[in-house]
Design a binder for this molecule. Structure first.
Ligand code: 7RM
Length: 649
């Protein structure tokens, strides 16, 4: 091993973990040398209606048609619920912890099964059929999980939208997915305030109708806060009233392995967010396998992934992974430090959480809280700590390990993406020593490749663009409605490889260190935001002619957004316009995407062919004026000096 800081696998864990070093080696070799039997063996962890005889996969060439276990049939909700009824019907499938510390609810597998069946029957009675898209726009409530599994039960495709999205984002997703039914709530709660979800949904639906795209026939409204909201007769219905009178048995649809399970929108470097499509068996297998081996899942475990259901991490590690494995999943409605610091740590003790999975941005912000809040809790129930969403800096890693886990729990830094369905590179806690800041080694069957500037794969110690060489079951199959964009986005940069959009370094021990995006995707607090989307949002403001948005380092959020905006001729700058523009972006995309810095300018640094030089804007925004690099290729190099002057003032 090199002399980076190393945390070796603890002997007790090496002895007891699902996967120790020798098993990891065997699995890796088996996957590499004999993929068909290896993957068919892994597939046995699912409950099949008809077991597959084919593993499959597929190559990354031509139009890249990936398919796994194609002759198998199954139902995802059966895997998460029905199959646990024989042994653990009365055990807790889901703990809902409300924002109010006194509000919590335990839902057994039997109860969750019943809730899912009732809603599935409601959906059917409203005409939802296999393949139809059903969207949700919900806060972190039990109904969010029920809705996903009810869709899976009847073969409908769920499209879960983050409750922080603004109306235009909802409208865009509804339109693109062709969803015919929406499940939303009166309001959500956040940090003692209320989010007007039904109002935002109504705005989005009105926008669709105005465009003649009134495909959403029914809206089910969950009463979360109980506040009165307008209900349109014939379209809007009270969720609780419907499920109460629905039958509590619903035979699951038998789905083909490759039938779509879900569409989830994610940002890319160009255009509007893409609808990433995951299919039934491969996705479910990947969520289940990775949750089991990366978090060393044991019966009776309580797993807490803090991600919102609206992101892929919530899909795979709040819902599908833990439930497929028969574990207890914790769904937390609140935020880390509300109503007071230490809230998360108290929940860990209250619910005896064994696996805890969160993002570096949260860890960095919690490090700044008064340490007495942490010291007032025991956290003895914790066994494995996970990190996801962005690179974790060693300082935050060490605090997480030492202070949160008391030096007892391995920290698994997990690299993956919406498109990979689940974890790809991470230390198996009983097998792989950890180095703070490194996602360490690929999971068995995952084949990362670093590609150099000349498009050639690099060997040994190297730094390059992170690609994957072989398909894996959790891989996204297409972009909804635009397979060409799928091929173009992921498989055209480096023919024969899936290109992740990330850069990475591989050290002498074969450990991967993710360095961040190499495209125009910006990662703010673990949320993926495309610069093009933010620029489009600026463009929809009357005063804006053009804008350029870049990500700059931020102590807590990882990155924050800085925007350079050219006003239209005649739209004079006025006091407070910068803040107004930032607010406008928040209203278009959701508050999480509002820039921290807005700079009004007369011009942008562009090449002679008109391409904005974002590299230079980043340096200007961070004040690294000495490292601007070559500006001689700019159409007008004086722009740079003018911008630097502007930011000085
Ligand atoms: C799971 C998720 C994906 C992007 C990805 C990376 C970044 C995620 C890590 C990471 C460094 C990690 N899906 N990323 N995990 N970077 N270390 N452990 O986040 O689709 O929303 O984002 O997130 O840039 O490409 S995502």
């Amino acid at each position: 091993m090199s002399d980076d800081m190393i945390f070796h696998v603890k002997p007790a864990l090496a002895a007891s973990a699902h996967v120790n070093a020798s098993r990891a080696g065997l699995m890796g070799n088996h996957a590499l040398n004999d993929p068909e039997p290896f993957w068919l063996e892994q597939a046995r962890r699912l409950d099949w209606e008809r077991a597959p005889q084919l593993a499959g996969g597929g190559g990354f060439g031509g139009d890249t048609r990936v398919s796994w276990f194609a002759d198998g049939t199954l139902n995802a909700s059966v895997n998460c619920l029905d199959r646990h009824l024989a042994d653990r019907a009365a055990e807790t499938a889901l703990i809902w912890q409300g924002e109010d510390e006194d509000a919590s609810r335990r839902v057994s597998f039997r109860e969750l099964h019943e809730d899912v069946c009732r809603l599935a029957n409601v959906l059917k009675s409203l005409g939802i059929e296999r393949g139809d898209r059903v969207a949700t726009y919900l806060p972190m409530v039990v109904e969010g999980v029920v809705a996903m599994l009810a869709c899976a039960r009847i073969g409908a495709v769920h499209v879960v939208m983050f409750a922080g999205l603004a109306a235009p984002g909802i409208a865009g997703r509804l339109r693109d997915s062709g969803a015919v039914l929406l499940i939303t709530a009166d309001e959500g709660r956040r940090g003692g305030k209320r989010l007007p979800l039904k109002a935002a949904a109504d705005m989005a639906l009105a926008e669709l109708e105005a465009d003649g795209a009134g495909q959403v026939r029914s809206v089910l409204v969950v009463a979360v806060t109980g506040s009165a909201v307008p209900m349109r007769p014939g379209r809007d219905r009270d969720y609780a009233a419907l499920v109460r009178s629905a039958d509590r048995a619903c035979a699951p649809e038998v789905m083909a392995a490759e039938d779509p399970l879900l569409i989830l929108y994610t940002s890319g470097s160009t255009g509007a967010p893409k609808g990433v499509l995951h299919t039934t068996a491969g996705y479910l297998l990947w969520a289940s396998l990775t949750q089991a081996i990366v978090f060393d899942h044991r019966p009776g475990d309580v797993f807490w992934c803090t991600a919102d259901l609206g992101w892929v991490t919530g899909h795979s590690y709040v819902v599908y992974g833990p439930l497929a494995n028969g574990g207890t999943t914790l769904l937390f409605e609140g935020t880390p430090s509300w109503p007071s610091p230490g809230r998360w740590w108290r929940e860990i003790d209250r619910h005896q959480v064994s696996g805890f999975y969160t993002a570096p941005t949260a860890i960095r912000s919690l490090m700044r809280d008064d340490p007495s809040a942490l010291d007032a809790t025991s956290r003895q129930s914790l066994r494995v700590l996970g990190s996801v969403g962005e690179p974790i800096n060693p300082e935050a890693w060490l605090w997480y390990y030492g202070r949160v886990g008391g030096g007892r729990c391995p920290v698994v830094d997990t690299w993956w993406q919406t498109e990979t369905g689940g974890i790809m590179i991470a230390p198996l806690p009983g097998a792989v020593a950890q180095k703070p800041g490194s996602a360490t080694r690929p999971l068995p069957g995952v084949c990362p490749v670093l590609v150099g500037g000349d498009g050639q794969p690099l060997e040994g110690e190297a730094e390059g663009h992170l690609c994957l060489e072989r398909s894996w079951p959790g891989q996204a199959r297409t972009i909804w409605g635009d397979h060409d964009r799928y091929v173009q986005t992921y498989f055209s940069t480096y023919p024969g490889y899936y290109f992740s959009g990330d850069g990475a370094r591989r050290d002498a021990d074969g450990y991967y260190w993710i360095t961040g995006r190499v495209d125009d995707v910006i990662n703010v607090s673990g949320h993926r935001i495309g610069s093009a989307e933010v620029e489009a949002a600026f463009g929809s403001h009357d005063a804006v002619a053009e804008s350029a948005v870049v990500g700059i380092p931020h102590d807590i959020k990882g990155q924050s957004l800085a925007a350079f905006v050219i006003l239209k001729a005649g739209a004079a700058g006025r006091p407070g316009l910068e803040a107004e523009l930032a607010r406008h972006v928040g209203q278009e995309l959701g508050r999480y995407a509002a820039p921290d810095l807005v700079v009004l300018t007369d011009d942008l640094p562009k090449t002679r062919s008109g391409k904005i030089m974002r590299r230079i804007l980043r340096k200007i925004a961070t004040g690294e004026h000495d490292e601007l690099g070559d500006v001689s290729t700019l159409a007008d190099p004086t722009v740079v000096g003018a911008l630097i002057e502007k930011l000085r003032r």
